[in-house]
Design a protein around this ligand. Structure first.
Ligand SMILES: NC(=O)c1ccc[n+]([C@@H]2O[C@H](COP(=O)([O-])OP(=O)(O)OC[C@H]3O[C@@H](n4cnc5c(N)ncnc54)[C@H](O)[C@@H]3O)[C@@H](O)[C@H]2O)c1
Length: 254
């Protein structure tokens, strides 16, 4: 069974991964609500036959009153809610700072908004799904950095880094998915994570070359490479996959 006529809310749906996913969900016949602080760039290019299945809700999903409004508006617009993907990616001004220079303000902001925000947006979504009594599927977008230590040699000679708090947050997100999967036993609400490898975004050539050597066929991925797995976890095709993490990284973590 696919995603036709299912209603999915995508936090961060205007971002790189979120907008690729939102467009694929629309292509598969789903109703999509994007919860983001900015509108998706693709909105104006959608044909009207598809446009009516997309709702854009502007706001901060880490604020629970805003999150509740977005979820209720989604339900009121499309009549029901079947799933949620959490792809919002709030970052402090100090995001990417080296370990030695990490400040408490930036660290606590990122832990709160990225990990705390995931927990709270799940809490608000689950509240609504429970009221619906029809079950549902939730997918958190995690990362390979939540499973493996960064390959620091890839960053040498560039101004890139993988922050220590990112590893902590994504390991936490994976743990939260396992926790909630069991916590919701008997409620038919499934929770899984997708852990993408790095996504191409004009990184320096030397980084891309080193990264590629640790992969199997492609190296850094495109946002579209993540959407099939996410759609699978939202659909009934994965009905008994619960509390799992699917790694989509072209073998980087092997
Ligand atoms: N880009 C990568 O290489 C990569 C790799 C692995 C995992 N991921 C994960 O994928 C997810 C999405 O990343 P992305 O690359 O698409 O990032 P992105 O910055 O392109 O998109 C994130 C979106 O979240 C929105 N957002 C930020 N704060 C928000 C808030 N408080 N409320 C609502 N919306 C908010 C932004 O406006 C943006 O549209 C993140 O969880 C990230 O950790 C990304």
């Amino acid at each position: 069974m696919g995603l036709k006529n299912k209603t999915i809310i995508v936090s961060g749906g205007s971002g790189r991964l979120g907008s690729a996913l939102a467009q694929e969900l629309l292509n598969r016949g789903a109703y999509v609500s994007i919860a983001d602080v900015k509108p998706p760039l693709f909105i104006d290019s959608l044909p009207s036959v598809i446009r009516h299945r997309l709702l854009f809700l502007e706001g901060d999903v880490t604020d629970i009153a805003t999150a509740d409004k977005m979820l209720i508006q989604t339900k009121e617009t499309f009549g029901h809610l079947d799933g949620m993907v959490h792809s919002a990616y709030p970052r402090s001004p100090g995001w990417g700072t080296r370990f030695e220079e990490l400040s408490p303000e930036n660290l606590f902001f990122d832990l709160n908004t990225q990990l705390g925000g995931t927990i709270l947006f799940a809490q608000r979504t689950i509240k609504l799904l429970r009221e619906e009594k029809t079950g549902g599927a939730i997918v958190f977008i995690s990362s390979i950095q939540g499973l493996s230590a960064p390959k620091f040699r890839h960053y040498e000679g560039t101004n890139m880094s993988s922050p220590i708090e990112y590893s902590a947050i994504k390991a936490g997100v994976n743990a939260v998915a396992r926790y909630l999967a069991k916590y919701l036993a008997g409620e038919n609400i499934r929770i899984n994570t997708v852990s993408p490898g790095g996504i191409k975004a004009n990184q320096p050539a030397i980084f891309l070359k080193r990264y590629r050597k640790d992969c199997i066929n492609k190296g850094m991925l495109d946002p579209e490479d993540i959407v099939g797995t996410t759609c699978f976890l939202l659909s009934d095709d994965s009905k008994y996959i619960n509390g799992q993490n699917i790694v989509v990284d072209d073998g980087w973590s092997l």
